[in-house]
Design a protein around this ligand. Structure first.
Ligand code: NAP
Length: 367
């Protein structure tokens, strides 16, 4: 029978086609051609084999997203965040069951939600579902919009002292009458699974130090790179955005892994020129389609964090979610890219669950 590429061979071929990352030089046209052939080859597989190889590899050929696409035009492999996050959740579930069997401990995550914002309620619901899926006990505290800052601080203090809680998350944003910084600082650094505590951020920035927790979304970005076999050391990376929750920690993480990092923000002059030098781009600006194909060096890897609702009267909900990167243009230039949705998004909750498990293991000295 015609040999079907195994998970490894497909991945290693895909890796070979990420030229600017696997070797210092620019991608040669022949390597880009190899990637195009790989993509075309995968799509030419019989459908059962294609299903298997696509399910096994986190790097999906572009055509898997849209079988109608003109293959001759597309080169980027798709970094499948849904698939990778599922693998991670499976790993977490099996670790939790190993810990429960060995020492009778189940990790616990406390979530504090103040008010009735629909988006916050959705995030909290999804976090709860994620906990249930892997076997983490979730403790939920819901407070009304007009609750006082002291009410929230009291809850935080209670969860800090509760040995069955290994992670505490305060859903942001808090109502305007509360001081978010003060509330975040009150969370024990040992239970700061969001990684926003100034001490954890400080350790992330310091040479020779490691934080107890890394913020979930940037951690998810790096995990996507790592699980797609993309080497970071020595590469030029550009992070677009400098927020405390995504841009800055993403840049610090890339730097910790020995990339040379530039940060672009709203005041940066000529962001296109700087971005075009990057082997790895992490876009987290919250501006739909900001990064055009012309901003991307051929063969670069693009991680698109942006989740931007864009009005579309023909869409079932009246809007579509798009990233910060113009996906269609980027696919023609990049070697690999995350889609929106289905890229970074599913990784954030997976990393929250992973941080909670790590916390429980650390507290109970379970290896
Ligand atoms: P944010 O706090 O609003 O920060 C945006 C950053 O982008 C700021 O540093 C801003 O620069 C910069 N920026 C804005 N416009 C720019 C432009 N035209 N050119 C260059 N830089 C620009 O946003 P965030 O919380 O980091 O989120 C960013 C995006 O990621 C949003 O779409 C958000 O929905 C998404 N997100 C996704 C996840 C996920 O799980 N996938 C999680 C969090 C956020 P200044 O500092 O100069 O203002």
């Amino acid at each position: 029978m015609e040999s079907v590429p195994s998970r490894l061979s497909l991945q290693s071929l895909a890796r070979a086609s990420l030229p600017s990352l696997s070797r210092p030089s620019l991608p040669s046209p022949s390597l880009l051609l190899l990637h195009r052939r790989l993509t075309a080859f995968s799509v030419a597989l019989p459908s059962f084999a294609r299903k298997q190889s696509l399910a096994a590899s986190p790097l999906r050929p572009f055509a898997a997203l849209s079988e109608q696409s003109d293959l001759s035009e597309h080169t980027a492999a798709i970094i499948d965040g849904k698939l990778i996050s599922k693998q991670i959740k499976d790993e977490i579930a099996s670790e939790i069951s190993r810990m429960k069997d060995a020492i009778g401990i189940v990790p616990g995550l406390a979530v504090i939600l103040v008010g009735t914002r629909k988006d916050s309620q959705t995030y909290v619901r999804n976090k709860k579902k994620g906990c249930e899926l892997v076997g983490i006990t979730s403790h939920e505290a819901l407070l009304p919009e007009d609750a006082s800052e002291e009410d929230v601080l009291r809850l935080v203090s209670g969860f800090n002292d509760d040995p069955s809680v290994h992670g505490i998350l305060v859903q942001l944003p808090l109502p305007k009458h509360m001081n978010e910084g003060k509330v975040m600082d009150a969370i024990s650094i040992y239970k700061d699974v969001d990684g926003f505590h100034p001490l954890n951020v400080g350790y992330l920035a310091m040479q020779g130090k490691n934080p107890l927790f890394v913020p979930c979304t940037p951690k998810g970005c790096l995990e996507l790179l790592s699980r797609s076999g993309i080497n970071i050391e020595g590469k030029r990376a550009v992070v677009i955005g400098r927020s405390n929750i995504v841009g800055i920690p993403a840049a610090l993480l890339l730097q910790k892994q020995n990339a040379t990092v530039s940060i672009i923000h709203s005041k940066t002059k000529d962001p296109e020129k700087i971005t075009r030098e990057a082997d790895i781009i992490i876009a987290a600006a919250g501006v739909p389609n900001l990064v055009r194909g012309s901003w991307i060096k051929p063969g670069a890897v693009v991680i698109d964090v942006g989740i931007n609702p864009v009005n579309d009267p023909t869409a079932p909900r009246g809007y579509n979610l798009v990233g910060d990167v113009c996906f269609d243009e980027a696919c023609k230039v990049a070697s690999a890219i995350t889609p929106v949705p289905g890229g970074v998004g599913p990784m954030t909750i997976a990393m929250l669950l992973s941080n909670t498990l790590d916390s429980a293991k650390r507290m109970h000295n379970f290896k």
